[in-house]
Design a protein. Structure first.
Lengths: 174, 195
């Protein structure tokens, strides 16, 4: 499986170039033209990324995230979630890098084959950086009124976590 | 909503730092995070340049149309407001394909292209449209064939079988994707009737 995935990208690259050369596309100048568009987009995105990093950093490093984790603990254990995965649930929609840090930390402390470790792995593998993607996508076309988009996506994350819990119990506990 | 969440993170962060008696830390957190964000942004910019370059070659070679033609019939019922054969659908198709193969870095440029295309169908440019919301919903619970990061983390932590979570993760994300798309379809229909 890992070997297959290692071939996906190089394979696509070679196939693309082969198909383009057969149609006599000027591959190098077309690449440069596309790359210029990519750089222009990058310039528009960097301010958004810096903003979200500052927000997440302040919330996490000030201890606000840890406080929220403690406050939500009773609700979580009622639903069957181990309290340990709450920081992951909270941070995952906002930052992939931060979520990877949380998962790595959980795997180290509880072991990759413990219930917490398995659940954290499934949650990380089945969810997205929803809020981050949303802000960047909306910002890239200048949309300010997002209506119910954020709520819907966060609901999607919540459903994803419940599904992850259910599947993990089904596969590894029962 | 985005503005509110962002403001809550900032104000809450400052309030907690102050309550802990360490309001001085706020300045250094801001500088460190801004620098980290800039680094991530610059790396993303390089990736965007490469992927936009390659996808332009693929586009000129007619490959994007071919890939999109395969997926579009499946996407049509989800995006009734997007005209048949519109480039937005092929960008969405490419985004989903890249996500499915776990190529998150490749998915973002296609997603941004999809947004650009969906925006051309928007008569109120400052407001999100129903097809965009469906696209987000699809993205938020998007099915991944290979959760590469999670498997790599497990391997690093010495798991007996790092890949044991692949099928459970695929099941969880599929279940979430189906439920959120149903909720989105329900909301869209209800709003459509109100109008």
């Amino acid at each position: 499986m890992a070997a297959v995935s290692a071939w996906i990208l190089p394979g696509l690259l070679v196939l693309t170039l082969a198909a383009a050369l057969r149609r006599r596309v000027n591959v190098y100048s077309e690449f440069a033209a596309g790359a210029a568009d990519g750089l222009k987009l990058g310039v528009r995105l960097i301010p958004l990324i810096i903003g979200i990093y500052v927000g997440i950093g302040l919330f996490r490093d000030s201890g606000a995230l840890a406080w929220l984790s403690r406050a939500a603990a009773p609700v979580l254990s009622h639903a069957g979630f181990p309290v340990e995965v709450l920081p992951l649930m909270l941070i995952r929609p906002f930052s992939n890098a931060a979520a990877v840090g949380v998962v790595a930390d959980l795997l180290e402390r509880h072991g990759p084959d413990s219930f917490v470790g398995l659940l954290a792995s499934v949650m990380q593998g089945s969810s997205e950086t929803t809020f981050y993607v949303l802000t960047v996508y909306l910002g890239s076309v200048g949309i300010r009124r997002s209506r119910h988009a954020v709520q819907l996506c966060l609901l999607g994350d919540l459903i994803g976590y419940l599904a992850a819990l259910w599947v993990t119990v089904l596969f590894f506990v029962m | 909503m985005v503005d509110i969440v962002w403001a809550v993170m900032i104000v809450g962060g400052v309030a907690f730092a102050a309550a802990a008696g360490d309001v001085g830390a706020v300045t250094s957190i801001i500088f460190d995070q801004a620098a980290a964000g800039l680094t991530v942004g610059i790396n993303l910019m390089a990736l965007l340049a490469v992927w936009f370059g390659i996808s332009r070659i693929a586009e000129r070679a007619g490959l994007l149309d071919a890939a999109a033609r395969g997926l579009t019939p499946l996407l049509r019922p989800l995006f009734p407001d997007v005209p048949k054969g519109h480039p937005a659908l092929s960008a969405i198709a490419m985004n989903i394909t890249a996500n499915f193969f776990g190529l998150a870095n490749a998915a973002t440029p296609f997603g941004l292209k999809a947004m650009e295309q969906l925006q051309t169908l928007n008569d109120r440019p400052d407001t999100v449209t129903p097809p965009m919301i469906t696209f987000f919903a699809l993205n938020s619970a998007c099915a991944t064939l290979l959760p590469a990061t999670a498997v790599a983390l497990r391997a690093r932590a010495g798991a007996a079988d790092p890949s044991v979570i692949i099928i459970p993760a695929a099941m969880a994300s599929t279940a979430a994707a189906v439920s959120i798309l149903l909720i989105d379809a329900y909301l869209r229909r209800r709003r459509g009737r109100e109008r």
